[in-house]
Design a binder for this molecule. Structure first.
Ligand code: DON
Length: 307
């Protein structure tokens, strides 16, 4: 019997490609020059079948989507109790680059905003690790999740470093509260490198499918996270992954997700599929316009909403 998925994805892609509102991120100069009309969708099942349409093999920077996986890595290495001492799990309702620190303790509200992600980045690798060693570990994790070797976009890294005053300010404040202890400059440099790792929508679908598959990469069979770690990670993605539009997302799409200013969005439906979209035009919250529309259609048509 013919598989209906590729035809269905092509239909959704055609409908969503007509959306032309929004612009690529411009606060990172290098991202402003990407082709705004690229568009790809990929879907990977927990048994490793991969379906994709459009620009699903075009590389772009992972950006904030990395935050979800690095949070999982911090929890895997340090344990949830220790990580929770440094980063909370409450939706902030604020934009991704707001400080959103808890009164008194200075704990970032959640690990999906920049303040929380800089903190979880700095938790990786144990005490005394160099920032290069820390990046190495994070890079290994992302490669294992994708099931292939990923490279770094050095131009995007350098471009974001040239405008990183806000992230540096956040890192300095985090250190003043004792939330991080390493040099803010080194932490931000390696965090920005983490955000500049190049992926495709197909890679991201496989990475999301690893979460859908309770932490086991569907193709390589490697166990990357425990089932318990994944349950926690997906809970935080559901409540905080789409920042100050998380409520809309949960109402309309209803699956744990994470967006990035490179134009990617991932969604992971436990026990079923990982989905990824790539389309650089962003809404005011920093999430892909076509990506959101794609997820809304898929969720509606395929009955993916968790509730
Ligand atoms: O730290 C930053 O601002 C970027 N490297 C990542 C931000 C991002 O992707 C926000 N998500 N939609």
């Amino acid at each position: 019997m013919d598989n209906p998925v590729p035809d269905y994805l092509a239909e959704v892609a055609e409908a969503c490609a007509s959306l032309t509102s929004g612009e690529p991120a411009s606060y990172i100069p290098e991202l402003a020059s990407v082709d705004p009309d690229r568009y790809g969708v990929a879907m990977a099942t927990i048994d490793g079948a991969l379906y994709s349409v459009g620009d699903a093999r075009h590389e772009f920077t992972i950006q904030s989507i990395s935050k979800a996986f690095v949070y999982g890595l911090a929890v895997r290495e340090r344990g949830l109790t220790e990580v929770l001492r440094k980063v909370d799990v409450e939706p902030s309702g604020d934009p991704f680059d707001e400080l959103s620190l808890e009164d008194g303790t200075g704990r970032p509200r959640n690990p999906m905003i920049n303040a929380g992600a800089i903190t979880t980045h700095a938790l990786v690798g144990g005490d005394g690790v160099s920032s290069a060693g820390r990046f190495e570990e994070i890079h290994r994790l992302l490669c294992d999740l994708a099931g292939r070797e990923l490279s770094v976009d050095e131009e995007v890294w350098a471009s974001e470093m040239s405008v990183s005053d806000r992230n540096l300010a956040i890192a300095h404040l985090l250190r003043s509260h004792g939330i991080i202890s390493d040099s803010p400059e080194e932490v931000v440099s390696a965090y920005v490198r983490q955000c500049a790792v190049l992926v495709t929508a197909e890679d991201l679908a496989m990475m999301a499918a690893t979460l859908a598959n309770a932490g086991v990469q569907p193709v390589t069979g490697q166990r990357i996270f425990s089932g318990h770690q994944v349950r926690h990670l997906l809970s935080v993605m559901l409540t905080c992954g789409m920042y100050d539009s998380a409520g809309d997302w949960v109402s309309n799409v209803g699956i744990p997700a994470k967006s990035g200013v490179g134009g990617g969005i991932i969604g992971a439906l436990p026990g079923q599929v990982g989905i990824a979209t790539f389309a650089p035009r962003l809404d005011p919250h920093g999430s892909s316009v076509r990506g959101i529309e794609t997820f809304e259609r898929l969720s509606h048509d395929m009955g993916l909403h968790l509730m």
